[in-house]
Design a protein around this ligand. Structure first.
Ligand code: ATP
Length: 291
C-alpha cells in the first residue's frame, strides 16, 4: 500500500510570555520558538480497510482518539472529503513526553503532512495550519518550523532568521507536568520576571548566540517551580552553556552551547541525573516527508 515516512521535529521555546486569557480560556502568548533535530518518525500508510489506526513504539502513549495523530488524521480526512478512506500512522517516539517539546503536536503536524502527500492534496503548510490549530496551539508551529515569533493563541507567525548553528543539550527530569496543569497554576500567580520579546527578536536577528542566551526567559519556570529544573539549568551553566531555560510548560530544560566538546561533557555529567538527555541542534524546517 502507498506509504510515506515523515520527520516530525520537537520544539524549544527561546522565550515564552503569556499576555492574557481569552473568554474561552485560551491564553494569548508571545514566544520565540525553534524546531530542533530531535524528532519522532511517522510511517503514514493508506490502508484497504476503512478507518484510522495509530500505533506507537512507546506503550505509554494512548493510540485511540486521545492521540493527537489520530485526531489529526480524522480532521484531515473530514476536511478533504475522504472520510471513507483507511489510514494507519505508526509513531516511532523519541520526543520526551510532558516535556514542553510539543511531542503530541509534532505528531499531529506530521500526520497532516503525511496524509497531504499520500492523497496528493498539495496543501501548503500554511493551509494545513488551519486544521492544525483546531487540534492544538503548537500544531501550526510544528508545521512551519524554523525560528519564529508566535503570537495570538499560536496562529500569528513572524519568521525570524535561523539561529546560528549550535548544540542544544536537552535534559528532561523524571518528573513531568501536564500542559493543562501548568496553565491552571499560571492563572493563580503574577510572574516576577517576564521576557523582553522585542529584545529576543533583535538578538536572533543579530545572529549572536550569546545575545540570544542573555534574553532567554520563560514565565512557566516560576509556575512549575521545580528544584529539578533549577538544578539542571545551573548544571548546564556550570558546564559552559551560554544560557539555559525550561522549555514550554516544562519540564525539559535546554542549554545553548557554541562548543561541542563542552556540550558533550555536560551531557555525560547529566546522564543519571535526569530522566533523559539528548544532544541536538537547530532544525530549520517543520514536519516534512523524508526521502
Ligand atoms: P507541549 O509542549 O505540547 O505541552 P508536552 O511535552 O507537554 O507537549 P506531549 O508530549 O505533547 O506533552 O503530550 C503529553 C500527553 O499527551 C501525554 O501524556 C499523552 O497521553 C498525550 N498524547 C496524545 N497524543 C500524543 C502523541 N502523539 N505523543 C505523545 N503524547 C501524546
Amino acid at each position: 500500500m502507498p506509504t510515506v515516512r515523515v520527520k516530525a521535529p520537537a520544539k524549544i521555546n527561546l522565550s515564552l510570555d503569556i499576555l492574557g486569557k481569552r473568554h474561552d480560556g485560551y491564553h494569548f502568548m508571545k514566544m520565540v520558538m525553534q524546531t530542533v533535530e530531535l524528532s519522532d518518525t511517522l510511517i503514514v500508510t493508506e490502508e484497504k480497510a476503512p478507518g484510522i489506526r495509530v500505533t506507537c513504539s512507546d506503550s505509554r502513549v494512548p493510540c485511540d482518539g486521545r492521540n493527537l495523530a489520530f485526531r489529526a488524521a480524522e480532521a484531515f480526512l473530514k476536511a478533504e472529503g475522504l472520510a471513507g478512506k483507511g489510514v494507519s500512522v505508526h509513531i516511532q517516539k523519541r520526543i520526551p513526553m510532558e516535556a514542553g517539546m510539543a511531542g503530541g503536536s509534532a505528531d499531529a503536524a506530521g500526520t497532516l503532512v503525511g496524509l497531504n502527500r499520500l492523497f496528493g492534496r498539495g496543501r501548503t503548510p500554511e493551509q494545513l495550519c488551519e486544521t492544525g490549530l483546531s487540534l492544538g496551539a503548537d500544531v501550526p508551529f510544528c508545521l512551519l518550523g524554523g525560528t519564529q515569533l508566535s503570537e495570538g493563541i499560536g496562529e500569528i507567525f513572524t519568521p525570524l532568521p535561523s539561529l546560528p548553528d549550535c548544540r542544544i543539550l536537552v535534559a528532561k527530569p523524571e518528573i513531568g507536568i501536564k500542559t493543562r496543569d501548568s496553565f491552571a497554576k499560571f492563572d493563580a500567580i503574577v510572574p516576577s520576571r517576564v521576557p523582553d520579546t522585542d529584545a529576543m527578536v533583535a538578538a536572533v536577528a543579530s545572529g549572536n548566540l550569546s545575545a540570544v542566551a542573555g534574553e532567554m526567559v520563560n514565565v512557566f519556570e516560576e509556575v512549575t517551580d521545580l528544584p529539578e529544573v533549577f538544578m539542571l539549568k545551573e548544571a548546564m551553566r556550570s558546564y559552559g552553556a551560554l544560557g539555559s531555560l525550561m522549555t514550554g510548560t516544562g519540564t525539559a530544560v535546554f542549554g545553548l552551547f557554541d562548543d561541542l566538546r563542552l556540550a558533550r561533557r555536560c551531557a555525560r555529567a547529566l546522564y543519571g541525573k535526569a530522566g533523559a538527555v539528548f544532544l541536538t541542534r537547530p532544525d530549520p524546517l517543520g514536519a516534512r516527508v523524508e526521502g
